[in-house]
Write a protein that binds this ligand. Structure first.
Ligand SMILES: C[S@@+](CC[C@H](N)C(=O)[O-])C[C@H]1O[C@@H](n2cnc3c(N)ncnc32)[C@H](O)[C@@H]1O
Length: 336
């Protein structure tokens, strides 16, 4: 199962590359309301170069993944590209807003932990943008995923240079999030429990069981004095007539033998946050949750929506709406 779960990373990377290739990413200026635009723009300034470079170096390391990515790039679905854009924007605007609103003093140091980081290159984007303020940036994933990423990063002159530049700040940890004791031990060894810490789970908790993800969150919230958790996942849908989750779960099991154990448990905006709201979390947590269709209507400017629709022919707005209302972005802050 571990290998099957790990393979979902190539889908995530391929989708991002595809969204870059078709000019969904980076966003144009003034794309997102309520977010400081200069910050968002500078975060994305090298996104294409970084991802294309990673992709070229992936070829020699893993031909299977490379082939899979090529196939996806030849067959780009507008709905998928739109979704990748939204997912990326929702996560980054959440993080940027948190840094600007809650940690406004330039001297405030913070840490970032990207759980189930896969091939995500956010560590470079954030370290380039906030280098003096980030004391540590941790990527954590299964051993094989981290080894593959290390190899690719070391093969590329550009990426290797950047990793070396941030040698004291960037750490790649091999681990299994289900093994909470070891995960906590690794985090405690590498991080400061007293400074603000941003945790990211982008399409990761959906692959964990209810109890494993609850334990992870509880442990983190009880050990890190103050923090923020930004999480993005699919939700199955709570309306009895809504078959989205049932079909998604069945398709994944049949086509890949892949399970999403909590898709039908945390199936709505109202119960997805339950894991952060448990009585045994000693902290006062504030929770904000939106589905991605809320995010479109509340946060993407009309001008940007128009631009997105002009990139590829998108005749099925209803399909986009159904799909995006089955993905959520959650922001939780504790003791901030
Ligand atoms: C869909 S991919 C997402 C990758 C990345 N977060 C992104 O969105 O680009 C899911 C990632 O979570 C990792 N993952 C899932 N369960 C995990 C676990 N128990 N321990 C460590 N990593 C895990 C997988 O190996 C994979 O890299």
């Amino acid at each position: 199962m571990e290998r099957i779960i790990q393979q979902t990373d190539s889908d995530a990377f391929a989708s991002k590359l595809c969204a870059i290739n078709y000019k969904y990413l980076p966003p144009t200026p003034c794309a997102i309301t309520g977010t400081i635009d200069d910050d968002l723009q500078s975060l994305y300034q090298n996104i294409a170069t970084l991802h294309i470079d990673y992709y070229h170096n992936l070829k020699e390391e893993n031909r299977n993944v490379y082939g899979k990515i090529n196939k996806l790039m030849r067959n780009p679905f507008p709905v998928m590209n739109y979704g990748t854009y939204l997912r990326t924007m929702a996560i980054d605007s959440s993080i940027i807003n948190y840094i600007n609103n809650e940690l406004p003093l330039k001297e405030t140091k913070f840490q970032i932990v990207n759980f189930g980081s896969g091939s995500d290159l956010r560590f470079i984007q954030y370290l380039e943008k906030f280098n003096k303020r980030i004391s540590k940036f941790i990527d954590l994933d299964f051993k094989d995923a981290i080894n593959l990423k290390k190899k690719i990063l070391s093969k590329s002159n550009l990426l290797n240079q950047l990793v070396t530049k941030y040698n004291d700040q960037f750490i790649m940890l091999e681990g299994d999030l289900k093994d909470i004791t070891t995960t906590m031990k690794q985090l405690v060894q590498n991080l400061d429990l007293t400074i603000p810490t941003i945790f990211i789970t982008e399409c990761v908790l959906c692959y964990m069981t209810q109890i494993d993800s609850q334990n992870l969150i509880t442990k983190i919230m009880n050990n890190f004095q103050k923090g923020v958790w930004v999480s993005y996942d699919p939700i199955g849908g709570s309306n009895p007539n809504d078959k989205f989750g049932i079909i998604m779960k069945r398709n994944l099991l049949e086509s890949r033998n892949l399970d999403m154990p909590t898709l039908l448990i945390y199936n709505s905006k109202s119960n997805y946050p339950d894991r952060w709201n448990l009585d045994n979390n000693n902290n006062s947590a504030s929770i904000d949750i939106r589905d991605m269709w809320d995010f479109v209507s509340q946060s993407i400017t009309d001008k940007e929506q128009k631009r997105l629709r002009s990139l590829q022919f998108l005749d099925e707005i209803e399909e986009l709406k159904i799909m995006q209302s089955h993905y959520v972005i959650l922001n939780t802050a504790w003791n901030i």
